[in-house]
Design a protein. Structure first.
Length: 275
């Protein structure tokens, strides 16, 4: 049977979290680097499709191809390990500590950022012919995204920062559902369909994804966006990362774990007493 019942795939989630904590530093960085790079390529593809068609929905429909590729290849995103590794600690798996969880998060963040930054530089070369001409339409679009999603929030102060945080929560609710979707089925087609739906939703709703932003904002800066590195971190990356962490754990990891692994006792059947 290609479909796993919830108790089976949630146990796989815990197993996956445990394996990631004990993975070597080298393998963790390689897998995170490739995940960041592939997701960045998918992001620039979606932006290019949006510019070419004039309709963002087409970019949203096609963006999940990158997410499906990286998870089928066994690479890791920060948004995914935010959900999986804490479950291994909550399940009291032998040798799993909070230090191990935080170490994994740090390595995956580093790898994702380096992979996304590599693609940002490479695509900037493509869109400017090696920085010899002005950016083309896609490059200008990337610069505009960077400004709108940093300074656009900054002008609202604390309310803007909180808005990014909530958008980050909503994002990883959907993205982590996509991560789980890869475990629901044992067939490639089943995995792709289960991953595609929530990823399309998050991108179409323009929620904030920390790894996608690791590409969008450095790329926007290179393309001449009118914002600074500090604007990027304070008014996007930091609240997005925190929102991704809270949203993924609260709405996906902890809910699935609590109701399919740590289930409450069933209610006793009370037989009707005949008078």
């Amino acid at each position: 049977m290609s479909y796993l019942i919830p108790s089976e795939f949630v146990t796989k989630m815990v197993d996956a979290g445990e394996s990631k904590i004990f993975m070597s530093t080298r393998d963790t960085l390689i897998r995170a680097y490739m995940a960041g790079a592939i997701l960045a390529l998918a992001a620039v593809f979606a932006v290019a499709v949006t510019v070419q068609t004039g309709s963002p929905i087409f970019g949203a429909i096609l963006f999940p191809v990158g997410f499906c590729m990286l998870y089928l290849l066994g690479f890791d995103l920060l948004t995914g390990v935010f959900v999986l590794t804490p479950l291994a600690w909550l399940d009291k798996r032998p040798g799993v500590t909070l230090d191990g969880v935080f170490r994994n998060w740090g390595l995956v963040f580093t790898g994702n950022f380096m992979g996304a930054l590599t693609v940002a530089v490479m695509m900037s070369i493509v869109y400017t012919y090696g920085f010899s001409v002005e950016p083309d339409a896609v490059g200008k679009k990337l610069a505009g995204i960077g400004e709108a999603r940093t300074l656009g929030y900054a002008k609202y102060g604390v309310a803007g920062w909180f808005t990014i945080f909530v958008r980050g929560m909503l994002c990883n609710w959907m993205v982590s559902t996509g991560v789980v979707g890869a475990m629901i089925s044992t067939s490639v087609s089943g995995k792709v369909i289960a991953m595609w739906m929530p990823i399309m939703l998050f991108f179409g709703m323009t929620f904030e994804h920390s790894v996608v932003n690791m590409f969008l904002f450095p790329s926007g800066l290179i393309m001449g966006g009118n914002f600074s590195i500090m604007d990027y971190f304070i008014w996007n990356e930091i609240p997005t990362v925190l929102g991704n962490l809270v949203g993924g754990l609260a709405f996906t990891g902890l809910t699935l774990y609590s109701t399919h692994v740590r289930t409450a006792p069933k209610r006793a059947y009370a037989a009707r007493q005949e008078v």
